[in-house]
Design a protein around this ligand. Structure first.
Ligand code: HEM
Length: 418
């Protein structure tokens, strides 16, 4: 039987396909009929890894939810019970906790890949912005998840972050109390965080479908940043990229297993094994590693409202990157000046992360302010100016031409359409 170019001799597949053409759909989207650029490197594997990390978080999270008790008096003990008494509860919990780190690691590499190869440029701006909405929701989900064990870090992180809303002029205090469901962080706060922590990953899953839909309209960008010109530039997604994705999944799971089985608490904070105590503030309140750069920006401004605005702006600015980058050339490979500033930005974000992990005193105050200022300078000044002034290297006219070594001077609108 053949339907929409899809062939199968399996009678069950034929029966389903005739009534619901799901097999031909998958074949067109992730199968033999989907033609992807043939030169994608391993950095293009992180999208599928992020997708698998999301599935792992949802599956382990649902099992944890069967045993977790969202109540201020019982949450901490219920987590201890999961660790000690529930069959393989320790494994499920460690997978979920370290899975969050693996998920963020995959997504950070995915974002920085996009920044280097100009994947945010025309016609993939909306794809980029959908990714950023996913990223913001991931941060909210991870923050609320960290509150659930109701340890000291959970409690005080919730207090610090929810208190940020009190910086909003006039309505701030009422808004914060409305968020808390009381006059301090307590059981009502915990139950609403639990509810949202369960809900948002499914919203993320829906957005991932839109993200991939948008991706499949114009297909992937590639390391050269030139559009696919014809069948000579592509190969079938299956079996070539499915097997490549499976290979990277093996490595990803090996690293994941390394954390889970050898250093399950390394990325966590020991204070979170102390039950929440509203009467005792821990000496240093630090978020998980993946939130540290944004935490550093939040603390870089001496006023609470200013910090909240700066942190919001540091995320908002990423939505404008497709328009702030004025270069006609997509890929950083052909942009000698951009490339150097790109690595400076990477270093700057690492510095911000380090500063976020340190107490806000002495040198870290200055370092945090300089790194925050540079973050904004990169996007608001360097990106547009370098785009205007830089003389790019000659780009290949197509992917297959690049193999033959033919290049052309970067010209006009043809490559990025901008
Ligand atoms: C749950 C999180 C996410 C999942 C599951 C996901 C999934 C994917 C997949 C499967 C691809 C195609 C394979 C690849 O290019 O790696 C992709 C491409 C892309 N994603 Fe994501 N993504 C996520 C988050 C993000 C975020 C946070 C951003 C940006 C801020 C983003 C921006 C992009 C862009 C620009 C592309 C096209 C890349 C290119 O073709 O060069 N994604 N995504």
């Amino acid at each position: 039987m053949q339907h929409n170019g899809f062939k199968s001799s399996n009678r069950i597949v034929q029966w389903i396909e005739y009534r619901l053409p799901i097999f031909s759909f998958l074949d067109q989207q992730v199968g033999t009929q989907y033609q992807a650029p043939k030169n994608l490197n391993y950095l293009w594997n992180f999208g599928s890894l992020a997708g698998i990390a999301l599935i792992i978080q949802i599956v382990t999270g649902i099992v944890l939810a069967m045993h977790y008790v969202p109540h201020g008096d019982m949450a901490f003990d219920s987590v201890e019970r999961i660790m000690r008494d529930v069959n393989y509860g320790w494994l499920i919990r460690y997978i979920h906790a370290n899975g969050a780190s693996m998920f963020f690691a995959a997504v950070y590499i995915h974002i920085f890949r996009g920044l280097y190869y100009g994947s945010y440029k025309f016609p993939r701006e909306l794809l980029w912005m959908l990714g950023l909405v996913i990223f913001v929701l991931m941060m909210a989900t991870a923050f609320m998840g960290y509150v659930l064990p109701w340890g000291q870090m959970s409690y005080w992180a919730a207090t610090v972050i929810t208190n940020l809303f009190s910086a909003i002029p006039w309505a701030g205090q009422s808004l914060t109390e409305w968020l808390w469901g009381g006059f301090v962080v307590g059981t009502p706060t915990l139950t609403r965080f639990y509810s949202l922590h369960y809900l948002i990953p499914f919203v993320i899953a829906g957005l991932v479908i839109l993200h991939i839909w948008a991706l499949h309209v114009h297909k992937s960008n590639n390391p050269l940043g030139v559009e696919v010109k014809g069948p000579k530039d592509t190969i079938a997604f299956h079996p070539y990229y499915t097997i490549k994705d499976l290979f990277s999944l093996g490595i990803f799971l090996a690293i994941f297993g390394f954390w889970v089985f050898y250093f399950p608490n390394y990325l966590g904070h020991p204070d979170n094994y102390i039950p929440a105590n509203p009467l005792q503030t821990p000496p240093h309140i630090v978020p998980e590693w993946y939130l540290l750069p944004f935490y550093a920006i939040l603390r870089a401004i001496p006023s609470k409202l200013g910090g909240v605005i700066a942190m919001g702006a540091s995320l908002a600015i990423l939505f404008l990157v497709p328009w702030l980058d004025t270069s006609r050339i997509r890929s950083g490979t052909f942009r000698p000046i951009f490339k150097q500033f790109y690595w400076l930005l990477v270093a700057d974000v690492l510095v911000l992360g380090y500063v976020g992990s340190q107490p806000p005193e002495g040198i870290f105050i200055h370092l945090g302010r300089i790194a925050t200022a540079y973050y904004f300078v990169h996007f608001l000044l360097i990106l547009p100016i370098v785009g205007w002034l830089e003389r790019p290297k000659p780009i290949p006219s197509s992917i297959s031409e690049s193999e033959a070594g033919t290049t052309q001077e970067a010209s006009g609108r043809s490559e990025t359409g901008t």
